[in-house]
Write a protein that binds this ligand. Structure first.
Ligand SMILES: Cc1cc2nc3c(=O)[nH]c(=O)nc-3n(C[C@H](O)[C@H](O)[C@H](O)COP(=O)(O)OP(=O)(O)OC[C@H]3O[C@@H](n4cnc5c(N)ncnc54)[C@H](O)[C@@H]3O)c2cc1C
Length: 401
């Protein structure tokens, strides 16, 4: 494998970095101020303004490989760009590259009918609306998606949907206009992987109620947020079914691969930023007669953090390369590996950065506490560590006879 980024990637990295310098970093406090004032669940003006600038600069929809609808980049080309965006929590959105929309757009691009694409994919690609992925349920262990209990029952030309979901990220955002909903169309099918389907549910249809938002370690992630949502006798036309009844797992496989690796790419950016803050603080503060950086334990952690971040970056690039060359299914092990490695690495690096900052580290002054909260959720979201480790072990045990 050639570890050198292509000239095309280097040019884009330079452009995305310059854009972050000009429009994102200087507005981090503006974003915080705008969320804090008035209704927290309204989109901020700053994100809408910067989004427009990114669109005009052609830094838009950089994800979406193998589709003429995106920017035409491979996963490998996208990886370092996504990493740069991951340095600020709201930055991916300004490039129309944020979760869960990228995963949902990939689903619609890959599996949607022409009509579904026209109605939902086109405005999502234009950044006019946002979307939500509703799979996890409070009542069942949703890391095993065969447990999902929500029902999707056909009645004539409609499906009737009932269920309660939680951790539906983005549901609270008023721009969220569409859910991709997972539920059972055939609960008695002896093949548990053929019971589930995915269906499009418009946000404003009768019977959809946002019950509450769920905070993460006390952070509400406004205006995006994570909702608990009730679907009560929701009726949608049969044409809203994605791919076909019983094919929910097939779609999940297609969706979760790219979604997972994007999280990992962003986590590397998040860890890099915490690492920079750790080094700057360690050099700037003196304790017991010398800069904190010159206390052996800090130097040791700085070195270890550098090693861990670079290891993860290589794992991400390897997984991305494999996805590009052989497809998401063949790259399943590499995706699972990085999905375990990246959040654990980011949690450790951010934790060390917090430690170097002393009490300041757990305040809101340095963004480290929020960064830790975000990284920690990714040891759960899109599948807990244990589930991915089990999958990796299974593949290895099958391979080695
Ligand atoms: C911030 C955040 C955002 C999220 N966004 C979304 C979203 O947009 N849409 C959505 O549908 N969901 C979302 N989720 C939900 C997330 O995907 C689930 O929380 C996750 O899949 C785990 O499911 P669960 O919470 O039901 O845990 P459970 O399935 O109850 O698992 C609990 C624990 O059991 C252990 N465990 C489970 N299986 C195994 C195993 N095989 N071996 C060993 N131990 C095991 C693990 O330690 C696991 O953490 C989000 C979650 C968070 C925290």
């Amino acid at each position: 494998m050639d570890f050198e980024y292509s000239q095309k990637t280097k040019d884009l990295m330079e452009r995305v970095s310059a854009f972050m310098d000009a429009h994102v970093y200087p507005n981090e406090h503006v974003f915080e101020q705008q969320v804090a004032e008035g209704d927290r669940w309204q989109p901020t003006r700053i994100v809408e303004e910067v989004k427009q600038k990114a669109k005009e600069a052609g830094l838009w929809n950089l994800f979406l490989p193998e589709s003429e609808l995106g920017a035409g980049l491979t996963n490998l080309e996208y990886a370092p760009l996504c990493e740069i965006m991951g340095r600020v929590a709201w930055a991916p959105e300004v490039f129309n590259c944020s979760a869960p929309d990228t995963g949902n757009m990939e689903v619609l691009a890959r599996y949607g009918t022409e009509e579904q694409k026209k109605q939902w994919l086109v405005p999502l690609l234009a950044g006019e609306i946002r979307s939500c992925f509703a799979m996890t349920e409070p009542e069942v262990a949703s890391s095993d998606a065969t447990n999902i209990e929500s029902s999707i029952r056909r009645e004539g030309d409609e499906y009737v949907i009932n269920g309660r979901k939680w951790w539906s990220s983005g549901a609270n955002d008023p721009r969220c206009k569409v859910f991709i909903f997972m539920g059972k169309t055939d609960p008695n099918n002896p093949n548990r992987h053929a019971q589930q389907s995915m269906i499009i549910v418009p946000r404003d249809v009768k019977g959809v109620t946002i019950l509450r938002h769920l905070p993460v370690f006390g952070y509400d992630d406004a205006p995006h947020g994570h909702g608990e949502v009730l679907f009560e006798n929701v009726r949608v036309p049969v044409s809203n079914m994605l791919l076909g009844e019983g094919r929910g797992f097939e779609i999940a496989q297609g969706r979760l691969g790219p979604g997972r690796i994007h999280h990992c790419m962003r986590l590397i950016g998040l860890a890099e930023r915490a690492f920079e803050k750790m080094c700057q603080r360690a050099k700037a503060r003196t304790a017991f007669g010398r800069p904190i950086a010159l206390h052996g334990v800090t130097a040791e952690r700085i070195a270890e953090a550098r090693i861990m971040i670079d290891q993860c970056r290589f794992l991400v690039l390897n997984a991305a390369d494999k996805m590009d060359r052989y497809g998401n299914k063949v790259a399943a092990k590499e995706i699972a590996m990085i999905k375990v490695a990246a959040p654990n690495m980011a949690c450790k690096v951010i934790d060390w950065a917090i430690q170097v900052h002393g009490g300041g580290g757990v305040s809101n002054d340095f963004g480290l506490a929020y960064a830790y909260a975000g990284a920690r959720t990714l040891r759960l979201a899109d599948g807990p560590d244990e589930v991915h480790r089990n999958a990796i072990a299974k593949m290895e045990l099958k391979r080695i006879q």
